[in-house]
Design a protein. Structure first.
Lengths: 452, 450
């Protein structure tokens, strides 16, 4: 199982038209790995491949291909070919790829779908982006409370062929209201004539179609389940979300948070696939805002130009004070933002955050004060000791301010229904910079006034 | 939509005190155990101990695995050896080893002495795997089948092994000596005819991990191959256990937190913000702050060396913060995007040229916009600065944006090439490098033009 089929081997098989060998290869090797090779074949070769392979296999390969390749293939397909493909795809996979296709291609596809498929696709497409409804699948196994185990196994065999998962089955009443869930394992291990109503679990954890996908991920993690049912506002069962789809959600949301924290407007594609223009757009907005707001720091320094000119050592320390303040603020904001995202920290924790940041920053400030004082004393012998003291004291106060700002701003953002991640380091740095400079120059005037 | 608004810890205590054991058992039968555990967490330890006496053993075992570690410790102290033994029988081995890793040594001994010899060797095997390795999170309760089984035999085997297995959705085919050779989904077995042979259903190309692989690899493969469980083997390919998708969700979240913390110059913490004490919090932050502060000596020296310029043209100092912030922000943007690309999309050193070329073009565009806006900003808000200096500052912005993007984009790749963690190359470190470079560029241009 260690040796995999190489791209060249596959290409050769296709070129030589060795149909049986190709079919065997696709039966034997993992389709995800093979798809990486298929991705690199010429379009004509792919189309040939799709003609000779089983429909369910080509459908699965299709879902793993890049959206560019999917578009190429679909546009070269005839109507019946598209219909055959759709029949073998899960509804959520169809929707995933439709979202990437241009409008005319979507139309072409929808006209070839069955009426029932079209209704399901349209339903999924109508949910807001990032909602539970938009990532659920409508292919699941549905049972009745009055079913016996024997009848359920028959139903599972019937419905299970197209269902995304059969490890959990859901029990609904005549109004399709969700009343229970049951593990396949419990059905299989029970006696044939037992009733589902006796076996099912009635304490159901579920999400609404309009719930945020992040909430869904949190529930799946909390309850250690591999499937979560999705209901509409009348508690009717509409679909299910599986844990493997949630991994993608977590990864996406994390990337989004990290990007926001680095002052990047989240991009929809990966780094290599994002074009230069789109990449620039995602970055330039915050760079501009932050640069223009740096006018404040500029104006503050301008106000103290005379003092700076009389004690040159003051200017030399500005970068150090500002980057240390920025780093400290970035540390606290990162921890609180992550706490909000994962551990449900909220504005109620305001006092706790304030108190913790205050104590941590006293410790950090003290250590930095001492080390910085000696650093200046050793490396900048031309400074007076009083100057060193002023710089170190500023550093101490800056760190405290930075930690408090960094810790509290994300909570404040939450109160104003803003995204806490957007409150991250760059914005905090700008605020802390201005505060630090004001403290710095005031301390300098108070202690070093005689030198100016 | 979360259930369990129906009871409070006080009400459970009340039921216990009034000896309404049947009602209690019914409650534990009906409601979700995760919610119930959250309630039990808030009950006094003596009552929890009493509760375990009246609950069925399997419920008790399930409840145990969701309780708060601190309570667990007091609880194990209260339990008799026989009681622990009874609970152990109903715990999945991976849950048990999770519980054990939270307990102090003497309690671990107490628990282990109540385990059967077979359980003990399983637990020890799990505990001895390195932290964050696949071995440490795998479950050893897995369904195995033989190549020669018929579908009927397979179903019988699944029913026999399935009671204790973590998942029965995937069954693994092993050789007599235990070597993993393939897998079958329960779905395929269920849909096959009774007299069909397992051999016809086997998939021989099995994605799998080794015990010492990092747990992140299991998460990546599960996500890549869209599967709900992945088998774990030793170096010889002997099947030892399985990792299921719900175990991996926690891994994915933990690793993300770790990466984010590293990128913010924090040494990753084990616990959540609220649970972390002041001293561990202090330690996790102070190291990088010190390193970065001391390395700021460079920027200080650069300014000192150019003192004559600053004294001569005092307005130069005004723009130092803006230049450094802008360069820092740009570097943090590009490093973040590349680091995430490495983690999520398998970007690597092979993409060096692509990244270089993309960062160059993005820098050119972003730099041009910032050049224009900055010149206008200075001209409008700070007219006394003068157009020449404004142009010097804007030219510096353009150059340092390019440098910052290149450093930010390429340093994570360099880290990768030197087998270091790219996330540790994130903004704070890059900022320090870029700060020094930007100041040098600034003073060089200023000296040349002014």
């Amino acid at each position: 199982m260690e040796n995999k089929l190489t791209f060249l081997e596959l290409e050769q098989l296709v070129k030589d038209r060795r149909y049986q060998a190709i079919r065997d290869a696709f039966d034997y090797y993992n389709l995800v790995d093979l798809t990486n090779h298929v991705e690199n074949l010429d379009l004509n070769e792919i189309l040939l491949l799709f003609k000779i392979l089983r429909k369910d296999i080509t459908a699965e390969i299709f879902t793993y291909l890049s959206s560019e390749k999917q578009e190429d293939i679909i546009t070269s397909f005839t109507g019946p070919q598209i219909a055959g493909m759709l029949e073998n795809l899960y509804t959520d996979d169809i929707v995933d790829f439709l979202e990437e296709m241009p409008a005319n291609v979507v139309k072409h596809i929808l006209t070839n779908a069955t009426a029932e498929q079209r209704a399901e696709i349209n339903l999924l497409l109508s949910y807001p982006e990032d909602s539970a409804g938009s990532i659920m699948t409508t292919d699941f196994v549905e049972l009745k409370a009055s079913d016996t185990v024997k009848k359920s196994i028959q139903k599972i065999k019937q419905q299970g062929k197209v269902a995304e998962t059969i490890s959990y089955c859901y029990v609904v009443d005549i109004n399709r209201v969700l009343v229970g869930s049951i593990k396949l394992r419990d059905i299989l291990f029970a006696d044939e004539d037992e009733l589902i109503s006796d076996l099912m679990d009635t304490d159901i954890v579920c999400v609404a179609t309009t719930d945020d996908q992040e909430h869904t991920a949190a529930l799946i993690r909390k309850y250690d389940v591999s499937v979560l049912p999705v209901v509409n506002n009348e508690s009717r069962l509409i679909g299910v979300i599986t844990a493997d789809d949630i991994i993608d959600v977590i990864t996406e949301e994390t990337t989004e948070d990290i990007q926001k924290m680095a002052a990047v407007i989240p991009t929809s594609d990966s780094y290599l696939r994002t074009g230069v223009l789109e990449m620039t757009k995602s970055r330039i907005a915050w760079l501009l805002v932050l640069m223009v707001s740096a006018t404040f720091t500029g104006l503050i320094i301008q106000g103290y130009e005379v003092q700076l000119a009389s004690i040159p050592a003051l200017a030399a320390a500005i970068p150090m004070i500002m980057s240390t303040g920025g780093n400290a603020g970035c540390q606290s904001s990162t921890m609180v933002i992550r706490g909000i995202a994962i551990d449900h920290m909220r504005i109620k924790d305001f006092g706790l955050v304030l108190w913790k940041e205050l104590r941590v920053s006293l410790g950090i400030g003290l250590v930095l004060f001492v080390v910085n004082f000696f650093r200046l004393w050793i490396f900048m012998p031309s400074d007076t000791l009083m100057t060193d003291l002023v710089i170190s004291l500023t550093l101490f106060l800056t760190v405290i301010l930075a930690n408090l700002t960094g810790g509290i701003l994300p909570l404040v953002a939450l109160v104003f229904k803003q995204d806490p991640a957007a409150m991250a380091s760059p914005l905090i740095t700008t605020i802390v910079d201005a505060l630090a400079l004001i403290i710095y120059f005031n301390l300098a005037m108070a202690f070093l006034g005689n030198l100016m | 939509m979360e259930p369990m608004k129906d009871y409070t810890p006080q009400e459970l205590s009340q039921l216990l005190q009034t000896r309404q054991f049947r009602t209690l058992r019914e409650i534990f039968e009906e409601y979700n155990i995760v919610d119930l555990a959250a309630l039990v967490d808030r009950m006094p330890v003596d009552e929890i101990t009493a509760l375990f006496k009246i609950l069925p053993k399997d419920k008790g075992a399930e409840l145990l695995s969701y309780l708060d570690p601190d309570i667990l410790e007091d609880l194990t102290n209260n339990f008799t050896v026989a009681q622990i033994g009874g609970l152990l029988e109903h715990l999945f081995i991976d849950d048990l080893s999770d519980i054990l890793s939270e307990l102090p040594d003497e309690l671990v001994k107490k628990v282990l002495s109540s385990a059967t010899p077979e359980q003990r060797s399983d637990i020890n095997a799990l505990l001895s795997y390195k932290e964050n390795s696949c071995g440490s999170i795998m479950s050893i309760d897995v369904v195995t089948l033989n190549v020669g089984d018929s579908v009927k035999e397979a179903m019988a085997a699944i029913k026999k092994q399935g009671k204790m297995a973590e998942t029965i959705n995937w069954c693994y085919i092993v050789e007599p000596k235990g070597k993993l050779i393939g897998y079958v989904s329960l779905k395929d077995i269920l849909f096959a005819k009774d007299d069909a042979m397992i051999e016809e259903l086997i998939d021989y190309d099995v994605p799998h991990v080794k015990t010492e692989d990092d747990q992140e690899k299991a998460a990546k493969l599960i996500s890549k191959y869209d599967i709900t469980a992945i088998p774990v083997t030793d170096l010889e390919g002997i099947l030892l256990g399985i990792i299921t998708v719900d175990d991996v969700l926690d891994v994915v979240t933990e690793e993300a937190t770790e990466d984010i913390q590293k990128m913010a110059a924090i040494i990753p913490l084990e616990d959540s913000y609220v649970e972390t004490g002041i001293f561990p919090m202090f330690k996790s932050r102070i190291t990088w702050l010190l390193v970065l502060m001391i390395s700021a000596t460079f920027t200080g020296s650069i300014i000192n060396a150019n003192n004559h310029l600053l004294v001569h043209i005092t307005s130069l100092a005004i723009f130092i913060p803006m230049l450094m912030d802008t360069a820092g922000n740009a570097g943090s943007q590009s490093s973040t995007m590349v680091i995430r690309g490495i983690v999520v999309d398998d970007m690597g050193v092979k993409d060096f040229v692509k990244i270089l070329w993309k960062e160059l073009r993005v820098s050119f565009l972003a730099g041009s916009v910032l050049f224009i806006v900055n010149t206008l900003r200075i001209g409008l808000f700070m007219p006394e600065v003068g157009w020449t200096l404004a142009l010097v500052v804007s030219a510096t912005v353009f150059i340092i944006i390019t440098l910052a993007n290149l450093v930010g984009g390429l340093l994570p790749l360099l880290a990768l090439a030197m087998k270091q963690d790219p996330a540790a190359m994130a903004s704070p470190l890059i900022t320090t490098v870029i700060d020094a470079v930007s100041l040098t560029v600034y003073f060089m241009i200023a000296a040349a033009v002014l």
